[in-house]
Design a protein around this ligand. Structure first.
Ligand code: ZN
Length: 275
């Protein structure tokens, strides 16, 4: 099932459009996205036999699939190819940092560049489905409601000026873009091997597979949940592969007028215009 945020209401994406969950279930589920994410299996069961009425998808109404995460956590240096291009060592523990919630945005629209050193980072983003504390690699996936595409926009000057504290450089408005919707785990042939990438004005700049992650998703959730508690709707950016602008010589950052298209296989694509 693909769960979308259409103008703040939970909708299921089907062939030919979207179906409003609250309307289709007589109010049993929805319209709140977070409550649907927290009971994703029940929502999927309730919506399984419903194929209409669907309305045409209006891209401009799409919002972030999880609009009210209690926290947005991101992982640095989780692809060896990216650590190499950044000239940084792969750390022994996940290099977890916060993206503050005010940075959250959806899959379409403008991104305001605060400077001329804003970089792009395509990432596979997990949407947490249930309270997650001290999970094991064996049951970690049970805590994930679904997967969405993410952009971890990064203002490199601020990021690097703050020592090893990445949060501010990663948290300008719009810097946590997610969407176009959340796909549940059963949508993927192998959730440990998913393609992801992005392009600028049609030129592909990142293209990778999540199977190249250094710390795989079950181990990542095990380590994180041994320290922090994740709640339904929380977002986990799982790291960025090679191809970022900072890794080029000279560095090549985003410019006003460019269109950035970000995609995750089995989910879909986001389109943002730099302004
Ligand atoms: Zn990142």
């Amino acid at each position: 099932m693909r769960l979308a945020n259409i103008d703040g209401r939970a909708n299921v994406v089907v062939e030919g459009g979207v179906i409003d969950v609250a309307t289709a279930t007589g109010g049993a589920f929805g319209p709140d996205l977070t409550s649907c994410i927290a009971q994703i299996d029940a929502v999927a069961s309730a919506m399984a036999g419903i194929d209409g009425p669907a309305v045409a998808l209006d891209d401009s109404l799409l919002g972030p699939p999880s609009p009210h995460p209690s926290q947005i956590i991101a992982i640095g240096m989780n692809y060896a190819s990216h650590a190499e291009e950044m000239g940084l060592e792969v750390p022994a523990m996940p290099a977890a940092f916060a993206k503050f919630r005010s940075a959250l945005t959806g899959p379409v629209g403008d991104i305001t560049l605060p400077s001329d050193s804003v970089d792009y980072e395509v990432e596979l983003v997990l949407v947490i489905g249930r309270r997650t504390e001290a999970v094991t690699p064996q049951n970690a996936w049970e805590h994930v409601a679904g997967i969405t595409a993410g952009q971890d926009f990064s203002e490199r000057t601020v990021q690097m000026a703050a020592g090893r504290q990445f949060a501010l450089g990663k948290s300008y408005p719009g810097f946590a873009a997610t969407g176009p919707w959340m796909s549940t785990i059963d949508e993927f042939a192998d959730p440990a091997d998913i393609g992801l990438g992005c392009s600028i004005d049609g030129v592909q700049v990142q293209d990778a597979r999540s199977s190249d992650m250094i710390i795989k998703i079950p181990e990542l959730l095990t380590i994180l949940s041994g320290i922090i508690t994740l709640e339904p709707g929380d977002l986990l950016y799982t790291g960025c592969p090679a191809g970022v602008g900072m890794g080029k010589n000279p560095p090549t950052y985003l410019k006003a007028g460019q269109e950035l298209v970000t995609w995750v296989e089995g989910v879909g694509e986001m389109r943002h215009t730099m302004v």
